[in-house]
Design a protein around this ligand. Structure first.
Ligand code: UN1
Length: 495
């Protein structure tokens, strides 16, 4: 039967193209399982064409003054602002996050594009004194060339824009490959840049599987930098393949982010924070609160508060603004989360939820109950990334034990401490092994003007967002200008 949904193509060299006879896939609304749109399953040949287009467009884009590139970004931010309501709705329909968060995803995109537009009038280098007379030393930033942006489904507009806006302002050209199950959101992103006047070939878009499109991108020698956000295993594969060609590979991977709740914390404040951190976006953020490490003095009281509050937490239609949590993003997600819940039931004490939700609207989509386990530290659910609405609660005796538990995982993205003790708050900034630490706020909600990234298996040392985002997409050139009109020898001449 012919598909009834709109069909989209690839965006290569400034044109939307549907290669004849191409295989296609559809995206699905996870709240209803209704198909939304159809996309091309890109091939290695499509990737080759896209990289060729990006390669051809690079010299002129590099030559375009950065403030002029910034003007195009500002136009993109304006267009996306006009489209915010519509695109936010697409995010909710295709990914399942509640509408407030769908709109937030788009707002995060707008914020970052604007922020990067301003970077076009900075892109600072350094001036540094020379050890010799009449010699001037400085650094300038240059684009890398063609970069690949490979993005996940959980922030289907924000994460692509973190990469695309930073890569564009610094003068790179791009091949963008989105997660397949949020390809419509990605298409909306590309359409915004197209409407903003990004020249043909500067931004190219190839949908399709990671195994085919992602691998072809990573293997293409013309691509010198790959920016990847996703799971650890896929990230490792990208890193290893990239390493063989000595490419720069930027990785943003998983998390197992703790909230440390101390005995002196403002418990009602922490309650709302934990709820949002653990169950916002159905727990499908790299930054999601997946561990709650609680001081024994407030353990029973806080768990009672949490379960009572959850009884009034609505799970359902993500387009309804009163809904607290929508579905999980896909059948695969639901399967994996339910498998972890079964593991949890064997190794820990189920305190709340623990089921697939059924009946009424739930039967149409992928709905999992917000779930709480009480567990010892060391169980699988307390250490492995689940990426779903599953919170592991761990009881500890004191702050030192809380920090030991918090740090004893292979990830290190976000972390949080609730306390009223200012000394302890500052100690936690030192002590927690994570790229991000919040004090008296949950583990989610990073702002675009600050660096984002983590330690250990969360990445390989880079950061996105903030002004450091431009490091990912620029080469630094060091320049020596000798205006003494004679040969001066560094390290050798004494005068
Ligand atoms: C992610 O889950 O990969 O800090 C990104 C946050 C959001 C970004 C999350 N601003 O929760």
């Amino acid at each position: 039967m012919a598909s009834q949904v709109p069909e989209y193509g690839l965006f290569i060299g400034g044109k939307w193209v549907s290669p004849p006879g191409a295989q296609r896939f559809e995206t699905v609304n996870p709240a209803t399982k209704e198909p939304l749109a159809s996309f091309v399953s890109g091939t290695a040949a499509d990737v080759d064409r896209a990289v060729t287009a990006a390669h051809g467009a690079f010299p002129a884009w590099k030559e375009t003054p950065a403030p002029k590139r910034g003007d195009i970004l500002l136009a993109a931010a304006r267009i996306l602002t006009e489209r915010k309501a519509a695109v936010g709705r697409v995010v909710t329909q295709e990914m399942g996050k509640v509408i407030g968060e769908g709109l937030g995803d788009v707002q995060e995109s707008i914020d970052f594009i604007e922020y990067m537009a301003g970077e076009g009038r900075r892109l600072f280098g350094e001036t540094v004194p020379s050890e010799l007379r009449r010699k001037f030393c400085l650094t300038v930033r240059q684009p890398k060339g063609v970069v690949a942006c490979i993005t996940p489904w959980n922030f289907p507009t924000a994460i692509p824009n973190w990469k695309i806006a930073a890569a564009l302002i610094t003068g790179n050209t791009i091949v963008f490959k989105p997660a397949s199950n949020t390809a419509l959101c990605a298409t909306e992103v590309v359409k915004v840049y197209e409407a903003a006047g990004v020249p043909p070939g500067v931004l190219n878009f190839v949908t399709g599987s990671g195994g085919v499109v992602g691998t072809a991108l990573v293997e293409d020698p013309r691509i010198r930098t790959v920016s990847f956000t996703g799971g650890v295993e896929a990230g490792r594969d990208v890193y290893v393949r990239g390493a063989k060609q000595l490419k720069m590979v930027h990785l943003e991977l998983g998390g197992k982010n703790p909230v440390l709740l101390m005995e002196d914390a403002d418990l009602p404040l922490a309650l709302e924070g934990v709820l949002f951190g653990a169950f916002g976006t159905s727990g499908q953020r790299c930054t999601a609160t997946s561990r709650l490490i609680v001081h024994e003095k407030v353990y029973d009281q806080f768990l009672t508060m949490l379960t009572e509050r959850l009884a009034r937490f609505s799970v359902g239609d993500p387009l309804d603004p009163r809904t607290g949590m929508g579905p999980v993003a896909s059948a695969d997600q639901e399967k994996k989360i339910l498998e972890y819940i079964e593991i949890g039931k064997k190794e820990a004490k189920l305190r709340y939820g623990g089921t697939k939700l059924t009946g009424g609207i739930y039967d149409r989509g992928y709905f999992v109950a917000p779930t709480i386990f009480e567990t010892e530290h060391g169980t699988r659910i307390s250490k492995e990334e689940i990426f779903g609405p599953v919170l592991s609660v761990i009881r500890v005796r004191d702050y030192d034990e809380a920090v030991r538990v918090a740090n004893d995982v292979t990830y290190g993205l976000s972390s949080s401490l609730y306390t009223r003790d200012v000394n302890r708050a500052f100690r936690a900034i030192d002590d927690l092994e994570a790229g991000i630490t919040y004090i008296n706020a949950p583990t989610i909600g990073a702002e675009v003007q600050l660096p984002f990234g983590g330690v250990k298996n969360t990445g390989n040392g880079g950061r996105e967002a903030g002004s450091v985002a431009i490091d990912e997409f620029t080469e630094i050139k060091t320049v020596f200008v000798d205006f003494s009109a004679k040969l001066q020898k560094a390290q050798i001449d004494s005068e």
